[in-house]
Design a protein around this ligand. Structure first.
Ligand code: FES
Length: 315
């Protein structure tokens, strides 16, 4: 955990604030790579993940952008209530959305607040003089953040802005995704529908699965949580725990004194990933790839459940 101070809070667009965080002891921050995020521990006790959007060579500050979500479970509201001078604790940066090494060409797609990790990637790709294009989509100019920064950046020639209320700027995804060649990589971050659209267009255009990279900054609420009870067995002790329909596996494990690391509690970050030795998990996470889920040898107990009456966990 790192103690930081909010040294700058800036209105970037309608409902979007950026926060500059520096170490409370004036020290240097941990280096990070493009696509990294930090866990922010809010005064309310909630933990939220935010992508770092400043230049990855900066060590004196981290910058994050936060959209005030009307359907917020409290995280973005609590972030927006912070003032300059507020103290927070954050985790070290982690990267679950890294740029592929030695890529030939990179296509970056951002929808709305999904620009944050993508911006950091663009800074890095420009720094190493890589071949890349950035497509940034939003409802209107006033609702998207960091446009001036992009327009005045060294990669402004690589950037294409697409606004729903300006039909002549609309993204032609099929055109942007044409001519895949080996070594090309696609990175997308934004609302689930936006990401699905870009990824399905890419698949249709022949982009292979291992060239497609996505980052979740929010998930849809888990509406099917209450679907049957089951048992989990702890392999180390043989202890059997009942998971009722209205509780998560993580809740049951924690209540039983099992030390389970948790962060997002939404199946995004992978912090709670646990090995499964027997049984068939009902995967509800956004963290693992479809192939990893199909292997059924690990699952995310914060949100996933069980298709079989019993799961044996490597705990
Ligand atoms: Fe983040 Fe479970 S705590 S995936």
């Amino acid at each position: 955990m790192i103690d930081v101070i909010v040294t700058r809070k800036t209105l970037e667009a309608e409902g979007i604030l950026s926060f500059e965080l520096t170490r409370a002891d004036d020290g240097v921050l941990m280096p990070f790579s493009a696509g990294s995020h930090i866990d922010v521990h809010l005064p309310s006790g909630q933990i939220r993940q935010y992508s770092l959007c400043n230049h990855p060579s900066e060590l004196h500050r981290y910058q994050i952008g936060v959209l005030l979500d009307p359907a917020s479970r409290g995280g973005s509201k609590a972030m927006h209530a912070l003032v300059e001078g507020s103290r927070l604790q954050i985790s070290e940066p982690r990267n679950l959305f890294a740029l592929a090494h030695g890529g030939r060409r990179s296509l970056l797609f951002a929808g709305g607040i999904g620009i944050t990790p993508i911006l950091c990637m663009a800074e890095r790709l420009a720094q190493i003089d890589a071949d890349f294009q950035l497509h940034y989509c939003g409802r209107s100019r006033s609702q998207v953040a960091f446009v001036e920064r992009i327009q005045h950046s060294i990669f402004s020639d690589h950037a294409h802005l697409h606004f729903d209320d300006q039909p002549d700027t609309q993204l032609n995804a099929a055109q942007a995704l044409a001519s895949y060649a080996e070594g090309d990589h696609l990175y997308v971050c934004g609302p689930a529908g936006f990401m699905e659209f870009i990824l399905s267009e890419a698949r249709n255009a022949g982009w292979p699965a291992d060239s497609l990279h996505r980052e979740y900054f929010a998930v849809q609420p888990l509406t099917q949580m209450n679907e049957g009870s089951f048992e989990v067995v702890l392999a180390s002790s043989g202890r059997c725990l009942h998971v009722p329909a209205d509780r998560s596996v993580a809740e049951v494990l924690l209540e039983s004194g099992i030390d389970l690391p948790l962060s997002c509690e939404q199946g995004i970050c992978g912090t709670c990933l646990t090995r499964v030795l027997e049984g068939e998990p009902d995967h509800r996470d956004m963290f693992m790839t479809p192939a990893e889920q199909a292997a059924n040898d690990q699952f995310t107990p914060c949100c996933s459940r069980s298709k079989s009456p019993r799961l044996v966990l490597d705990l």
